[in-house]
Design a protein around this ligand. Structure first.
Ligand code: G
Ligand code: MN
Length: 263
């Protein structure tokens, strides 16, 4: 098991995985709920291990955070995702945003603004095409410091979304204090919204609250037509989930963009 390795060893392992190009990014599309147009993608990291097969981020990101390898991994993710988005932007001439999930570590150590700045200048991606996804707990754990870091990030011209919204402590005061652009409704609410009145009520409330704070709403984990219909009816503007698109290769994203252009 990965967790049986001492910290030093797991740091070496993860750096080696990076050097050997065993880490990959897949991209899951996000769609405009009304038009069905793909408006962005979320970059999702995978470790393709030669013997162990696919190792999900939930297994190795905590190790990367403990061992310090997270720094190198985050730099790689930001630069790879920005390079890819720049390439789609040039070849398809359409404005597809790319979202990167930021770990608690990169936010805490105040490394994020410098890393993001470097990725943007190295790749030439227009900043408005980059979005960062953060979780509520990352912001609440250290709110004074987080506020400063988010302000520095916003100054670069990027967007900020709160991931898995509704499952953390939901201390709502940060929503208007921090420079946030969008909320992603956690998939657990989406999955139950057509089975449970209370989950539907939560989804409707999140959408109403987001709109009154002038935030956009993304629903994640949308798997059925019924979920899609309720989300549209309640004014959710962005849809992500297996119903409309699974995580896929950059080549597939590019060819979807080409198809859209020809239509
Ligand atoms: O919460 P976050 O956005 O970080 O999670 C992304 C993960 O969720 C990825 O592993 C992705 O494959 C998975 N995922 C994305 N859409 C769906 C979906 O519609 N259903 C399920 N079961 N998982 C999904
Ligand atoms: Mn996410």
């Amino acid at each position: 098991d990965l967790h049986s390795f001492p910290t030093r060893r797991s740091s070496d392992l993860l750096r080696k995985a990076l050097d050997l190009k065993q880490l990959q990014l897949m991209y899951q599309p996000k769609f405009d709920a009304q038009t069905g147009v793909m408006i962005g993608v979320e970059a999702l990291i995978r470790w393709q291990h030669p013997e162990r097969g696919m190792i999900p981020p939930s297994r190795f990101i905590p190790l990367a955070e403990e061992s310090g390898a997270i720094q190198a991994i985050t730099e790689w993710v930001l630069s790879t995702a920005c390079k890819q988005a720049k390439n789609w932007h040039e070849t398809s001439n359409s404005a597809v945003t790319v979202a990167v999930n930021l770990s608690a570590y990169s936010l805490k150590r105040n490394k994020a603004p410098v890393m993001v700045q470097e990725a943007l200048s190295e790749t030439g991606l227009p900043p408005h095409l980059l979005e960062l996804e953060l979780t509520e707990s990352m912001l609440i754990e250290n709110d004074q410091h987080a506020e400063e870091t988010l302000n520095d990030l916003k100054k670069l011209g990027i967007s900020i979304a709160i991931d898995d919204f509704g499952t953390g402590y939901s201390s709502l005061s940060y929503l208007h204090r921090f420079p946030i652009d969008a909320l992603k409704i956690d998939r657990s609410f989406v999955w139950n919204m057509n089975r449970s009145d209370s989950d539907l009520a939560i989804v409707v409330a999140i959408i109403a609250m987001a709109h009154s704070l002038k935030l956009k709403v993304v629903a994640e984990g949308v798997e059925t037509d019924a979920q899609l219909a309720s989300l549209k009816r309640n004014g959710c503007e962005i849809i992500q989930g297996y119903l409309l698109g699974k995580p896929t290769t950059p080549e597939n994203i590019a060819s979807n963009l080409q198809k859209k252009k020809r239509r």
